[in-house]
Design a binder for this molecule. Structure first.
Ligand code: SF4
Length: 501
């Protein structure tokens, strides 16, 4: 049997209809959920301010109901996720309306950052590192259901099935290699496990960005049983060559599945041509930061990331995070563009000129920034502070706490309040930190202190921290266990063999 992708029409978020479509999809693919069954949505951010960023609750409820009705001998059916960095998954699940669903359907859920993290050995060629950490629930999954949202992505072109894996790691480990090697990191994560079933929420897709996408009514549910084939078909729907998306190309080259349409069975009540018609005009989000900020008070400059040619760009790190940060600020403060003073923001090893006036701040973002030249007539020179990835061990990874990030941005800002040139270090400097930087720069409203959200956020934050502290005290948490890949490895190897055959 060729890897199969099913394209099905679904115009509305109707739970009953979604359940019927998913059940039929499982039947067509002859799949029976069993053992430890785990559903992984994309809830990078949720709620009123992020209505199109996440797998909608109606969709996930339809999937849960279908999985429950088809499951045989399921030891467990659960939903698990790690949402956007520094935000508690409890907060994202609450804003997404997921807890009501867990209650109604009586299934378990995992906030991945609160779970025991276990070590997974990697041994494939050209890997970024020899081992990584994932939550135990992921490592022990027997039947994995990937339920992403159909979106563009400013760092990786698209976020379909494979890219949804960035949410299988807690913040400490997700931030490692989340730089110009992000696509390779996503490809390496494919070795942890492969999904038996994929169902993407493409009813309302998201254009342009990943946290604040522009809604695009696509009216589709797409399902499949091979992640590379699945992502390739999604790319064809929006007119993108799958091999131009680096993580898809790498996973294809690693043997995880085909990208050639002749090697993929496409079925369903919507043909590929009809789906392409529906997606006409869909815009992906791969825009360099210099172009992104054209016409605003921010002038952006991007040099090359470490160990790269001069024309290369860090697609997976700081520049893209700044694009997401400004969009978040525009949502929380509609005066963002007017209030932000003229500022110059620099990334990477920048070798050009910076035409800043005396009263204009110049902010260098990221460990890898380096510069030698004149700014407002003064000689400025500093080297990169980048630490090579070979010197960063997952064992030493630190939890990026939002309140300590606030304090550190506050401290850097205060210490440099009279300086024209400021450096913000980190690799990457996260979206959250760049949001806080923009808050300081334009004296904008701090989204973390939004009066409508502050109680809700704080409650989730302290519940999450308390749970993690208890886990640590009882010796069940961070890095306390070292496991070989079990079921996950078996599935991965089987799937690879199946795809090769
Ligand atoms: S510091 Fe930022 S721009 Fe530089 S390599 Fe790291 S993530 Fe990329």
């Amino acid at each position: 049997m060729k890897p199969t992708v099913i394209i099905q029409a679904c115009e509305k978020y109707d739970v009953d209809k979604i359940e019927i479509i998913i059940r039929a999809g499982l039947d067509s693919l002859s799949l029976t959920p069993s053992g430890r069954t785990l559903i992984k949505p994309n809830v990078v951010a949720a709620g009123d301010k992020f209505p199109h960023a996440y797998t909608r609750p109606e969709f996930i409820e339809g999937v849960i109901r279908a999985i429950k009705s088809k499951a045989e001998d399921a030891a467990e059916i659960a939903v698990g996720e790690r949402c956007g960095i520094t935000v508690p998954t409890r907060y994202a699940f609450k804003n997404a309306g997921y807890y009501e669903i867990f209650k109604r359907t009586k299934i378990k859920h995992y906030h991945f950052e609160e779970e025991t993290q276990v070590e997974i050995q990697l041994d494939h060629k050209d890997r970024l590192r020899d081992f990584i950490f994932v939550p135990e629930a992921i490592a022990k999954t027997d039947f994995f259901v990937n339920c992403p949202k159909f979106k563009a992505h400013p760092w990786t072109t698209v976020t379909f099935s494979m890219k949804n894996y960035i949410g299988i790691q807690d913040d400490r480990h997700r931030l490692i290699d989340h730089d110009h090697k992000l696509n390779q990191k996503v490809a390496d994560l494919q070795h942890v496990l492969q999904p038996q079933f994929i169902a993407i929420d493409a009813i309302t897709a998201g254009e342009g960005r990943m946290l604040t996408p522009i809604p695009f009514d696509l009216g589709l549910i797409i399902m499949g049983n091979n992640q590379v084939a699945f992502d390739a078909v999604c790319c064809h729907i929006i007119g993108v060559d799958p091999l131009s998306v680096e993580h898809i190309r790498l996973a294809y080259e690693m043997g995880f599945g085909p990208v050639d349409l002749n090697e993929i069975e496409i079925i369903g009540d919507v043909s590929l041509k009809e789906a392409q018609r529906k997606a006409e005009g869909f815009r992906v989000g791969l825009i360099r930061v210099e172009e992104y900020f054209e016409g605003t008070n921010i002038q952006a400059y991007a040099g090359a990331p470490p160990d790269s040619n001069d024309d290369e760009y860090c697609w997976g790190g700081c520049p893209g995070a700044m694009e997401e940060a400004i969009e978040i600020m525009r949502m929380f403060d509609d005066q963002t563009d007017e209030k932000t003073p003229r500022t110059h923001i620099v990334f990477g090893n920048y070798k050009g000129k910076i035409n800043a006036k005396d009263n204009e701040k110049v902010i260098f973002i990221g460990d890898c920034t380096s510069f030698k030249g004149k700014i407002s007539g003064k000689d400025i020179a500093f080297d990169s502070a980048y630490t090579d990835r070979s010197e960063k061990s997952p064992y030493d990874a630190k939890d990026p706490d939002i309140f300590s990030k606030m304090l550190s941005v506050e401290k850097v800002w205060f210490q440099n309040r009279n300086e024209q040139v400021i450096r913000i270090l980190g690799c990457p400097v996260s979206v959250a930190e760049q949001v806080l930087l923009l808050v300081k720069l334009g004296k904008l409203k701090n989204p973390y202190f939004d009066p409508n959200e502050v109680m809700n956020f704080s409650n989730c934050y302290f519940s999450s921290k308390t749970k993690m502290a208890i886990e640590r005290l009882t010796g069940k948490s961070y890095l306390s266990e070292k496991v070989e890949r079990g079921a996950a490895q078996t599935h991965s190897e089987d799937d690879k063999k199946g795809a090769a055959e």
